[in-house]
Design a protein around this ligand. Structure first.
Ligand code: V47
Ligand code: SF4
Length: 383
């Protein structure tokens, strides 16, 4: 009904700011927003306004479908050579006795635990351990492939990849090619944080910079691999930094088309060196999801990572442009529970995920890592 009448007609009646009205018109005409318009949305776009537009775009793309997958994580270690101030998860090498380091067989035991279960993806990500090297991870990938060839192997942030490839004295192209040959199929989106140096130098000065992160993803895309992109928000960044970050991702997506989805990650403030920063409100979270949907016009999929947001807020995001809830997870990640997220043991059955999606009038669809549909769970009731 709203779409038939035209969102801009409704906003005109509401005497909306002319610049916002122009943005609404552009969104309806499928025109790209400029960086200035992106910042303006953060400054002036009220939740109901950006939400209605984002919902409109998501419906146009996905017709009410919300995706999830059946996955589990392997976190090889939380020992890390880097010192990101927002991280609640890592332990320095000298304090490694407080952390964990999994051996090859322990990781293969995790994989074997899922034998006979209908999971489609293993997500491998962890700290950057100085002694877990490139060959070790190539062997892990090959072993997983040999054990269960159809299980999609998504692994390693650009931060982990940059370190292991450089230490192996390979170029990024050589390293990514060898990892692909060993069995790597796609990459998660972590390590992006905020690209702008004004922020990056304060929150994570010692790890790969924006250009390095983007180069690794571009190389992967050129080799035919897909990847995700994240943005860690809600700490010291301003609106301009957020839009700069999204703009760099949008540019790379124009070039390669290799990103599967965009995942905003809300900064959680427990047990880290940035605990003095107050977390964003749910209103600000929802506004951010909606604005991402509007600005990132070449990303089909916008993911709310429920273990970090909590399942109720994640469910709310489905009315603000989000079309993906990640997966069942099965309590196999610690990164957010250690940072104070509500979900202390993140695990949802397929039925619970479907119910969450169905309860807000959307259609739950199981997908694989590359967003091929595996099963549509509930059809909408015809009106
Ligand atoms: O890069 C670390 C974030 C990321 C905190 O691609 C924090 O499917 C909030 O990227 N508060 C790693 N966030 C995890 C990640 C990810 C997660 C789920 C799915 C995918 C995907 C990728 O976690 C880090 C950092 O941005 N992070 N500490 C914190 N205190
Ligand atoms: Fe290490 Fe990643 Fe934590 Fe940074 S966010 S300290 S790279 S585990």
């Amino acid at each position: 009904m709203i779409v038939k009448q035209g969102l801009t007609a409704i906003f005109k009646q509401a005497n909306l700011d002319t610049n916002l009205l122009r943005i609404a018109e552009k969104v309806q005409n499928e025109e790209r927003l400029t960086e200035e318009e992106g910042v303006l949305l953060f400054e002036k776009g009220e939740l109901a306004f950006v939400g209605a537009l984002a919902n409109h775009v998501a419906d146009r793309l996905h017709h009410g479908k919300v995706y999830f997958n059946r996955n589990f994580h392997i976190e090889p270690t939380n020992v890390c050579v880097f010192t990101c101030n927002f991280c609640s998860y890592s332990r320095q090498y000298k304090h490694r006795d407080d952390g964990w380091e999994l051996g090859m067989e322990q990781m293969m035991d995790i994989v074997r635990k899922y034998d006979g279960q209908p999971v489609t993806e293993v997500h491998i990500v962890g700290g950057v351990h100085p002694k877990m090297n490139f060959e070790f991870f190539c062997e892990l990938l090959s072993k997983i492939r040999a054990h269960r060839p159809e299980l999609h192997r998504k692994g390693f942030t650009a931060v982990e990849l940059d370190y292991m490839i450089r230490k192996a004295k390979l170029t990024i192209e050589e390293g990514m090619q060898k990892l692909k040959e060993a069995g790597l199929e796609s990459m998660p989106g972590g390590g992006a944080e905020i690209f702008h140096p004004e922020v990056r130098e304060v929150i994570c000065a010692d790890k790969v910079d924006a250009d390095g992160w983007l180069k690794i993803h571009e190389t992967a895309h050129n080799l035919g691999m897909h990847s995700n992109a994240t943005m860690l928000y809600g700490h010291i960044e301003n609106y301009g930094h957020r839009i700069d970050h999204m703009s760099r991702l949008r540019q790379l997506q124009d070039k390669t088309g290799g990103f599967n989805c965009f995942i905003p990650l809300k900064f959680r403030n427990k047990n880290n060196d940035m605990s003095h920063i107050t977390e964003t409100t749910i209103t600000e979270d929802l506004r951010l999801y909606a604005i991402s949907r509007l600005f990132m016009d070449n990303f089909r999929n916008l993911k709310a990572y429920w273990p970090m947001l909590g399942r109720q807020t994640a469910q709310l995001t489905l009315s603000f442009g989000v079309n993906d809830l990640d997966g069942t997870i099965d309590d196999t990640t610690k990164i957010y529970s250690m940072a104070g997220a509500e979900e202390q043991k993140p695990s949802l059955s397929t039925e619970e995920l479907c119910d969450m999606i169905d309860a807000v009038g959307r259609i739950p669809v199981e997908r694989d890592t590359l967003y091929n549909e595996i099963k549509v769970y509930k059809q909408p009731v015809a009106s």
